[in-house]
Design a protein around this ligand. Structure first.
Ligand code: SUG
Length: 423
């Protein structure tokens, strides 16, 4: 079977909440303390997957890790009932839904050994995310158990690694050898730079990438300080196209020159700050979009499509830019709008919710691949079992914890993934 791009979306877990844990993530900070709607959130996630299928894209899923994170609490010498509220909140986060932070993926054509490499992200910068990786790694090892893949553990936590959210691949097509861009931060003003260059370099070495076709690109300090805590808030790539804000990178000209030199088909679609200021980009998540090539099995036209959150349509400067671009017959030919508002309120847009894996779909454990019928079954489980609301003040209530743990177990059973029950 030919190599294809599969978008693996994280199912939004039953503990989805707004505890305001991510410094530098403006939406999450603003919504701290708000009441969340886990059931509606997870159903929004499923609808996004349905929309992807309708575009002819291949779709996969990841399951939520165990919450509360009992093993992490145990390592801290406490339990969910006894922990200070701030620690309990860190153990209850559903942040693994943002699968773009699960791992960095290098498709087989880029790697010297001809395997598709995945390195689970250590996510060490934020306490609530630092304990995601063991359950993610367990899952990657099941989903990508075939010899076509090589799954790596996290790079040492001395260096922060936030996965594919800071990684972009440019290639003439999914199956062609590409160039890989690792975007790191040095400084973010008041906010932390979460991706460290040392981690990016380690991932590139582990994946056996060709150093001549691997770029390490510094994110602009101004972008991080404005709320771009990951590069995928200000840039996204697909095929030979890089769609980026003018202020995404510390040295935008150099990035464009290097890409052009390595990939003759390279095309930059740059949004000037004068047309869409950084503040509007962060609020609307224009770039946290899925930039995809719709498959010939779907719309039969191979058009490049941008899947944006509804917040992008609501932002006049952003929508005006999109309309101008479409009218100009630019690289992006079509725009689709999805509603992922519950995730957006925690700073996670359509692109955050998915991990792209370019591979032969026949090599993936089919339990992680979805079609309409499977989404219907999952919708049924979520509709029955996910909490309707969570008030961050009520995290430690035992009835809520039981509901969250039972909901996850029912989901795993529905998927035949009981082996992941303990994480
Ligand atoms: O790491 N939000 C996530 C959002 C991640 C978005 N991912 C990408 N850009 N790829 C984060 O900041 C909020 C959780 C809270 O505050 O409870 C949170 O973790």
């Amino acid at each position: 079977m030919p190599i294809a791009e599969i978008n693996f979306d994280g199912i939004i877990g039953p503990s989805h909440n707004y505890a305001g844990l991510s410094i530098g993530n403006l939406a999450a900070m603003k919504n701290a303390g708000a009441v969340s709607q886990p059931r509606a959130a997870a159903l929004q996630g499923l609808d996004k997957m349905r929309a992807n299928l309708a575009l002819g894209l291949r779709q996969g899923l990841f399951v939520p890790p165990p919450r509360p994170a009992r093993k992490w609490l145990e390592a801290l010498g406490t339990t969910v009932a006894q922990a200070e509220p701030a620690i309990a909140a860190n153990a209850m986060s559903a942040s693994a839904m943002w699968a773009a932070n699960a791992a960095t993926v290098s498709p087989a054509p880029d790697c010297a050994d001809g395997k598709c490499h995945l390195t689970v992200a250590n996510l060490r910068s934020m306490p609530h995310r630092s304990h995601e990786w063991p359950a993610t790694l367990a899952q990657l090892k099941v989903a990508f158990a075939s010899g076509a893949f090589k799954v790596h553990g996290p790079v040492p936590t001395a260096f922060g690694d936030e996965g594919a959210a800071n990684h972009m691949r440019l290639a003439s097509g999914h199956g062609a050898a590409g160039i890989e861009l690792f975007v790191y931060g040095v400084s973010g003003g008041a906010f932390p730079a979460r991706q460290h260059v040392e981690a990016s370099k380690a991932v590139a070495r582990l994946h056996r990438l060709d150093p001549a076709r691997t770029l390490f690109v510094e994110q602009s300090e101004e972008a991080i300080a404005a709320g771009a805590f990951h590069n995928d808030v200000v840039a996204v790539a697909n095929g030979p196209v890089l769609f980026a804000h003018e202020k995404a990178f510390a040295d935008r000209q150099r990035v464009a020159e290097q890409c052009r030199a390595l990939l003759p088909e390279f095309e930059l679609v740059e949004v000037p700050d004068a047309e869409v200021p950084l503040a509007d980009v962060i609020k609307s998540y224009l770039f946290n979009a899925q930039l995809v090539t719709t498959s010939s099995e779907g719309l039969a036209d191979g058009a490049m499509t941008l899947i944006v959150p509804s917040e992008a349509r609501a932002m006049p400067s952003v929508w005006a830019w999109i309309e101008r671009h479409l009218a100009s017959n630019g690289a992006i030919r079509r725009v689709e709008v999805v509603d992922v508002r519950q995730s957006m309120a925690n700073g996670g847009g359509p692109a955050c919710l998915r991990l792209r894996v370019v591979c032969d779909p026949a090599e993936v454990d089919p339990r992680f691949l979805v079609d309409e019928a499977k989404l219907d079954r999952l919708g049924n489980v979520i509709g029955r079992c996910w909490p309707v609301e969570i008030d961050p003040g009520a995290f430690q209530r035992s009835s809520l914890i039981t509901q969250i743990e039972d909901a996850r177990a029912t989901l795993l059973e529905a998927l035949g993934l009981e082996e992941l029950l303990s994480g």
